[in-house]
Design a protein around this ligand. Sequence first.
Ligand code: 3HC
Ligand code: NAI
Length: 698
Amino acid sequence: MSDAAILRSTDGEVGILTVNNPPVNALSAAVRTGLGDGIKAFAGDPAIKAIVVIGGGRTFIAGADIREFGKPPSGTSLHDVIAAMEDCPKPVVAALHGTALGGGLETAFGAHYRIAVPQARVGLPEVHLGLLPGAGGTQRLPRLAGAEFALEAMVSGRHIPAKEALSRNIVDKVADGDLLAAAVAYARELVAQGAPLRRIRDLPVKLGSPTAIEDFAKSIARKARGFKAPWNIIKTVQAAVDLPFDEGMKRERELFAELLTSSESAAQRHYFFAEREAAKVLDVPADTPQREIKAGGIIGCGTMGGGIAMNFANAGIPVTVLETSQEALDRGMKVIRTNYENTAKRGGLTADQVEQRMALIKPTLSYDDLKDADVIIEAVFETMEVKEGVFTKLDAIAKPGAILATNTSGLDVNQIANYTKRPSDVIGMHFFSPANVMKLLENVRGKATSKDVIATVMSLSKKIGKIPTLVGVCEGFVGNRMLRQRGVQSAYMLEEGALPQQVDKVIFDFGFPMGPFQMSDLAGNDVGWRIRQGKKEKEQRNVRYTGYVADAICELGRFGQKTGAGYYKYNLPDRSPIPDPEVEKLIEETSKKLGITRRAFSDQEILERCLYPMVNEGAKILEEGMAQRALDIDVIWVNGYGWPVYRGGPMWWADNVVGLKAVHDALLKYRDMSGDPFWEPAPLLKKLVQENRKFSSL
Ligand code: 3HC
Ligand code: NAI
């Protein structure tokens, strides 16, 4: 027995090294050192003829220990471990189950042969952490599977199923049954055959077309915009094609080091842990008993209800959807079917799978059919009267212990809960549109929501493929509340001298998929217009009105893409936005009417005025306890609003890129320039700046 991180044992003449570092056998210093020592010990032991490396517990090795990045290196390096395996004078077999990812797969590449169970998946997902495979993966995968395949696999970072891995020579054998027994038998077979000690480094790189790398780079240009890692990965593959192995390795090291110290990778590593933390609720222990969810119910089969029902069906959970009329029900079910059929057309589902999913969604007009549902999600019109009617009925028919959820985007969840005699069973589940596609879920904790309901809904969210966060009851919850701040300032900037295309370009260049005006054109400008008319915001609010330009646009019937014009003109069918002189004129007239002399805006000012108020609102949200931690806000913005993940999220960005003091001082500057109390820094922000602390320290 060596270090506890690696267990040494033998089966006859086969030495076995079992990685023992739960939960995912990450390559900590102890694992690396133990593995290196184990290989050397067995290599020097005359009684041992072959070595098997296997993972203990649920998986092989999930990769480098991400928590060790940025700390001073200690223990044996992964390069040395892999070299020790590759140069071992006895056959080394890696036995894969669970996932062999990143440095885990690179470790397996050090072995002479690889065997896997059929359910195993392998991959080099470093790209998601803003990195590249830094222990030879970029040089060895092209040798095994060809340069084209390696590019696609490393830039997508996808998990490759064992069967595909076999067809690509990434594994040599797939075996059912007990993996260790199969691996030991395989090792014996190799010894008996006198099989060569096959080192991947000695294989030639396969390159199909001479322009393959260039073509690939072109094909990812749009998707990889703003990211650093995909481009460095491409360079490593070019090196694998052009250079001898050792020189290629040197190039890999340089390109890896460049990424490791980049702000993009720091942001993406922050995000990796943030997403996992966001699923945890500070005052709800992980072992809180959960309610069993075997069947769901959805009220309303419109835009949101239909998408939510699909999430259940996709996860194999039967769900009943209720509507007010047969016509609405038929319409809703037809949209669901069309969505599935479109996925099937793109090859994402088979015809049978479409039918299986449809069979899990039962349409109804009767509340009686919801009596057995364990969770019922309401997605009806956004008025309190309609919600009251629905929750009163649900209270009467739902079985005891059923979770009653609302998808409201703006109404008070506490008030909704009080329409029932069981407010502790009521919670908000704020999905984003399209609900079957968007990953984010803001689960909204009411005053009375019980802890087991929260625990159940957080884990149900994951089961139905979502990334859950927990927020409190406040106007717009977390995401929309912050978005509103950006909207206010973009509207003001139009009046003061900017144009939609200038604001949108700054936001697009920052890394968002589109700017606020393009987004508004996509969502429909009439939505906000109707709300403003309803609220009579102009008269009621003691703040500067935000809708002068927006109202004027809507008065011309320019509701956005759907009417062919909004803040932009649209050329159908490609729908690319075209700046419109008519809009420019309208904006200039609005400024004139308001008595504002238009001035030039720098891109920096636009960026600050759009994003710093969001950070300030985030501080207020934290202060009020509406989000658990700054990282939850980051997860919401990355998944719900297109905040570029390589900038970590608004709070991480403020903490680490801009600095809280710079944000604070800019807020004061704009306050003094405009005299608008909008810009007053949040008390929490002031306090953190005074104490020289970050949001992440809270
Ligand atoms: N290092 C440190 N901790 C890790 C880790 C890693 N590589 N991978 C997972 N963990 C932690 C998670 O943070 C989580 O911790 P928590 O319980 O305290 O929240 C715990 O392990 C379990 O992880 P998940 O909740 O994600 O478990 P799942 O079963 O859902 O998923 C997984 C397992 C598919 C392995 C997933 O964790 C994953 O994708 N991990 C990252 C894999 C990866 O990116 N590997 C490459 C690392 S970089 C590298 O290897 C560089 C090399 O080329 C030099
Ligand atoms: P929608 O108008 O597309 O769908 C609502 C559906 O509910 C309609 O099909 C209607 O027939 C049905 N309905 C109305 N009253 C009903 C009742 N009493 N019983 C059963 N069904 C009834 O609206 P949408 O967009 O799906 O919104 C639903 C809810 O989701 C709203 O609360 C909205 O605020 C919220 N939401 C909407 C988002 C969006 O982007 N559309 C995003 C997040 C939340």
